[in-house]
Design a protein around this ligand. Sequence first.
Ligand code: ZN
Length: 376
Amino acid sequence: MRRASQASLDPTACCFTDILDIWGDGPRAKCFLNSLGSYEEKLQSAWLLPCFDSAYCCQHNQFCCYTGSSERFRVQGPPCVDWSPAGSQQGIHGEQLPTMLASGAKTRVTGSQLVGLENVRQLPGHVVQDAFGPGFEFFDAILSPDQVGFEFMSRERAYFAGVFKEKATWSSDPGFVLQHALHHLQREATPKYGPSVLLCGSPDDIREDNFNLACHRAHLKGTTLSQRMKLPFDHLLNFNERERLKMYIWKFHNHNSDRNLCNFADLACHLGDDPRTGWTTWSATSHAMPTLRRSSGLIACPNSQRQFLLKELYCGMGFATWPFLAHTSKVPMFEVSRPGVWTYPQARQALGNAQHVACVGTFMACALVSSSPIWT
Ligand SMILES: [Zn+2]
């Protein structure tokens, strides 16, 4: 994700490596906080740790100041592993609590007027308030892509926005503003779009994705570059993935539930999971793309006999990966393929960690218009 930011942000923007740097020696501070017994002890000690106002910036290859620009707002996404149902589920006793506390400490140092946070819905609001302190007033909401026009994607998350009371205030009710925005973003057209709406890659896009994929697949190590340019889809899959795909298709056609199944054209199957063991991670019943994860795994579209391209998956997460999308959204195009900057597996991994652009954008836009600076 850091590489992605480094490659996409304006070159004047700093790119820091670890939020724990706010305490200088981050790993040491983390170790110290984790050695303490109770949640309350960790909270109090984090408040007492001395904070630094600069850290190593990999964009400028030097130490840069956190408070170098007059910061109106910041967006953070502390690790969710302690709260996620697929993670450690240790909650406030988890190993990553110091990163949440560091998020609060850093925002206190930068004195940002407004801060936004994304995490899994299981993160309790009081942890955010505890980490940032009484100087902040938070509002939160659970948002999923289907509320902002991306009904074919799954990424339900909790979003928090807090004003730093010394510098800003909620001038309108952010909850009301968000409801108003969501009302207008609801797609009225029916039927709703399924994952197949994302299959907009050109033949060149498909060839490029196949080639990049082939270069990083263990079972294709012996193949030449020219062979990799024209491998058919089933050759791109390893033995296990081919078997899983067959089983997904069999299960789809022999599904004996009366639940409303998606069209075969909209069937998207996560080949990292094995349907023979009961893990059917697919769009058949949810009508949405299987959750994208950090550990990646291919998502196949059996009807089109190909995988969903990385460019298409990023597009589903709200990134403008084609010129017409960038033009319509008035943002720079997001380039998925960045030779020399990040590798194809790194780009896949970053996607699994990404916030949904339309969700975080809508939420933060509502928070921004609902808050006003306090002029002194
Ligand atoms: Zn810098």
